[in-house]
Design a protein around this ligand. Structure first.
Ligand code: ZN
Ligand code: ZN
Ligand code: ZN
Length: 272
């Protein structure tokens, strides 16, 4: 299984769109891994996670052919993960001879309601409402949605992707609900790779705050270790960084070295 990180910033991007703070200016000077767009990833070459407004640019930069994408999983309806109007470019005179003429979109209630308002009658877009813990099986892969502690009323989700390996992709969530740990333990799940929300890095945030920082992550990974969901072999990444927390790549790498964490960046590809 292969995961490619396409966008690795929080909602405002890094450097942030309209910001003139010292961290953003430093990122502009340094460039490279310090340029982070809005959150998106792709599993293998046809399972896309989230649809920010940066999607088109991500496709261009990573050589992704949009017409081949068959599946789109949306975590929640915040604009940095969900720009549904882009799907209009699959229609009519805007897209011809697509290799995957139907895009199957899977999402929680908030994104589902917005998508249905625009695209319910559209040919070529199949929309499925996800329920937490109700897995979706797609030719050899299982995607298990879990409830995110993020945005009340939206039914925000994060995902376990199970194939030949198992990935936990958990962004835009605070510290996991107890029921999530119970589920992982009951199902004897083991993760080869975990990708965790680290929006706040060293800025403090409560477990209910909708995102996490390193302090929350330290406790989270301890808890996952305690239920044998991860071990020394599990590859661990942090992702979805806010400019307020100074996510300059080389500084952050150094900061988390002793925590056995790796720092995601735009374009990073991991073959498991
Ligand atoms: Zn976000
Ligand atoms: Zn800034
Ligand atoms: Zn969000």
């Amino acid at each position: 299984m292969k995961i490619t990180y396409l966008g690795t910033a929080a909602a405002e991007g890094f450097p942030a769109v309209f910001c003139n703070c010292e961290y953003c200016n430093r990122a502009r000077e340094l460039g490279g891994k310090n340029i982070r767009t809005r959150s998106q990833a792709i599993i293998n070459d046809d399972r896309l996670i989230d649809l920010p407004a940066d999607t088109y640019n991500h496709f261009l930069l990573n050589g992704i052919l949009g017409d081949r994408i068959k599946y789109l999983f949306i975590t929640h309806s915040h604009s940095d993960h969900f720009y549904p109007l882009e799907l209009g470019m699959r229609q009519g005179a805007f897209a011809h001879q697509m290799q995957a003429p139907v895009l199957n979109v899977y999402c929680g209630q908030g994104a589902y309601d917005k998508l249905c308002a625009e695209f319910k009658e559209s040919k070529g877009i199949e929309i499925t409402l996800l329920k937490a813990y109700k897995e979706i099986v797609l030719n050899g892969y299982e995607i298990i949605p879990l409830p995110a502690r993020h945005f009340n009323g939206d039914n925000a989700l994060f995902f376990i992707i199970k194939g030949d390996k198992t990935i936990l992709y958990a962004h835009d969530t605070g510290f996991f609900y107890d029921e999530v740990f119970d589920y992982v333990e009951k199902e004897h799940l083991y993760f080869d790779l975990i990708s965790l929300d680290c929006t706040n890095i060293d800025l403090s945030i409560s477990d209910e705050g909708g995102h996490m920082g390193l302090e929350n992550i330290a406790r989270l990974t301890q808890k996952l270790t305690g239920i044998s969901a991860i071990d020394d072999k599990t590859v661990r990444y942090i992702n979805h960084f806010s400019h307020n927390a100074n996510p300059i790549h080389h500084l952050l790498e150094k900061r988390v070295e002793s925590m056995n964490l790796n720092v995601a960046y735009n374009g990073l590809q991991i073959d498991l």
